[in-house]
Design a binder for this molecule. Sequence first.
Ligand SMILES: Cc1cc2nc3c(=O)[nH]c(=O)nc-3n(C[C@H](O)[C@H](O)[C@H](O)COP(=O)(O)OP(=O)(O)OC[C@H]3O[C@@H](n4cnc5c(N)ncnc54)[C@H](O)[C@@H]3O)c2cc1C
Length: 384
Amino acid sequence: MRLTVENYPPGTIPPHAEALRAPVKAFIAEQLAGSPAHLRARSWSGFDAGFSKALAARGWVGVGIPKQYGGAGLDPFSRFVLVEELLAAGAPVAAHWFADRQSAPLILHYGSEAQRTSFLPRICRGELFFCIGMSEPNSGSDLASVRSRAERVPGGWKLNGQKIWTTYAHKSHYMIALIRTSGTSEDRQQGLSQFLVDLSLPGVTVNPIKLGTGDSDFNEVFFEDVILPEDALVGTEGNGWQQVNAELAFERSGPERIYSSLVLLDLWASLLGGDPTPDEAARLGRMLARLAPLRAMSVAMTGLLAAGQSPLTEAALFKDAGTALEQQIPAEIADAIAARPDRAADPELLRTLAYLMQLNHVFSLRGGTREILRGMIARGLGLR
Ligand SMILES: Cc1cc2nc3c(=O)[nH]c(=O)nc-3n(C[C@H](O)[C@H](O)[C@H](O)COP(=O)(O)OP(=O)(O)OC[C@H]3O[C@@H](n4cnc5c(N)ncnc54)[C@H](O)[C@@H]3O)c2cc1C
């Protein structure tokens, strides 16, 4: 069992990482000047290649990648500060998000030297965007049952199958796909491998799926006899499950699991000014009292990642509690507005609230559902 105080010490952001905060804040203020809250509320769902390019020009995409591969060579705490500021302001970071958070660390860790020198500098320059190809129809929670298959052919691999819910596949250059390379779906975790799939290859079809909010963020992706080069395989054939699990700790431990409703909370709090009713003050206090320890958990996990650990159970616990708060914030603010019918609500507040009320149910689905995370937590605690 790992969830002890000794194994999960409170983290402190070191001064060198805090020093990044002021220049990042200044950059964001300049870039997002005049951007309305309902657009900023999209944040890591907001795709803006120009913004990602401008961020990269400052050296702030792939900050954890060593300098020899085009990164800034900074530690995970520096990335925490950068990401926290971007999300708190609602910067449109989706274009480089998955490459920065998952694909680049994966390629750095498991990729060949040729893959590192080819992909990492382009990711860090904000030129190459990635999407995550894990889920398939009938293989979401039960990821180990993926059916998409790559078979060896002379000079490479032939890929057939389908992915679904692939965020921004229609705007990405590459997918990192979890694919079966041997056995059947009954073999579960055995026989899975990860591939760098160039989405412009013949045989790849990307069909957008529309969200209830009207946005088209994610897609179905079909592979029909797609010929991948030999070096499309990342890491070791058959080691895909272990590699994906290493990605999940990055995917579930960051501030994006607590800040999805922060632009709304910030706007509401600023509109309350210095004169909240006791009911509004109590609601705000309750939300902040939940936010502060969750942020501390995320900082603590950053410390574990910096120490080379893979805190999967801790990340599951954090994501479950964090997304519950992200979902609660719009509901709480809607109730607070309803409790004051005598006061006209700000139109931009209502637009931002409407967007988040439509979206907030996905917070506990994307990146692994609540039920699955709770199963992992129970296992991590030795309860099952
Ligand atoms: C906004 C958004 C973006 C996404 N982006 C991506 C992406 O970029 N790439 C990608 O690969 N995937 C992505 N996903 C997919 C996401 O990972 C899956 O939706 C998620 O893992 C659940 O899988 P599913 O949709 O197949 O649901 P299912 O697995 O069918 O689950 C349906 C319900 O049954 C419950 N359930 C299932 N199994 C169990 C069990 N054993 N015990 C208890 N309850 C269970 C689940 O908790 C859920 O409530 C995204 C999803 C969303 C909502």
